[in-house]
Write a protein that binds this ligand. Structure first.
Ligand SMILES: [Zn+2]
Length: 247
């Protein structure tokens, strides 16, 4: 369910809550003739907020932009690469590409992934953000209610244009402490995510430090070879991307 962001319009003094600004046009005999209205910033913001909310994107990322991503050393290259993807999101999709952002915690991987979702949403693509451990847990539950949730997720994984799943491998910490659970996480990633998604853009985020190598160790050779076909592996290094206390 998406939230209601119409207050953004109501509170706007620039357009008086109409969402449009009329530029005064040429003066005719009958008086002032108005030109085509232009969209007010508040309307653009409301449309974007609604799309992000429908896509389950965390609120604290709505107002950030790629420029808030602090760069030093190797991170400048990462930022440039994401900027490139964002500036031509349609061709990224048409090429059937996916991404694994990997590297230590607190380096801004989630933010980069969400910037890609925003670019996709602004072009009218459907988006979804979620946490891998949470969806995995939903899939392992039993019972009628659980089946309903599972169906809902299946629908999302099958149909959404751009999918981000954060915290891959955290399920090992949260829910799957034994071998059997580890095996079902592997199957879940392989069958329900990678196979279902095919060539639709899927962005996975993990704190695993060695990218594909760690994927192979923890999710098996088959998953690793599937991913090596259409995934781009982006190592996000560094300590902290936060600037001026922003999230
Ligand atoms: Zn306005």
């Amino acid at each position: 369910m998406s939230q209601d962001f119409s207050y953004l319009l109501r509170e706007c003094k620039k357009c008086g809550g109409t969402g449009y600004i009329w530029k005064p046009g040429k003066v005719t005999k009958d008086g002032i003739k108005a030109e085509d209205p232009i969209q007010c910033e508040c309307l653009k913001k409301m449309v974007m907020y609604t799309r992000l909310s429908k896509g389950n994107v965390l609120r604290e990322y709505y107002d950030l932009s790629i420029d808030d991503f602090k760069t030093s050393g190797d991170k400048a290259a990462v930022k440039e690469r994401v900027k490139e993807i964002v500036s031509d999101i349609d061709s990224f999709r048409n090429k059937g590409k996916s991404i694994l952002f990997y590297g230590t915690r607190g380096t801004g991987k989630t933010m980069l992934a969400i910037e890609i979702l925003k670019a996709a949403a602004s072009k009218g693509h459907s988006i979804w953000f979620d946490f891998f451990p949470l969806v995995f847990e939903e899939f392992t539950r039993k019972g009628y209610k659980a089946d309903e949730t599972k169906e809902r997720y299946k629908e999302i994984f099958n149909n959404v244009d751009f999918l981000v799943l954060d915290e891959l491998f955290k399920e090992r910490e949260y829910f799957s402490r034994n071998e059997r659970d580890a095996a079902s996480a592997k199957i879940f990633l392989e069958i329900d995510i990678l196979k279902k998604r095919g060539n639709n853009p899927t962005i996975l985020i993990t704190n695993l430090k060695n990218g594909l190598e760690d994927i192979k160790v923890n999710y098996g050779q088959y998953v690793a070879s599937m991913m090596s076909q259409n995934f781009e592996f982006i190592n996000v290094l560094g300590e902290d991307y936060r600037e001026n206390g922003k999230p």
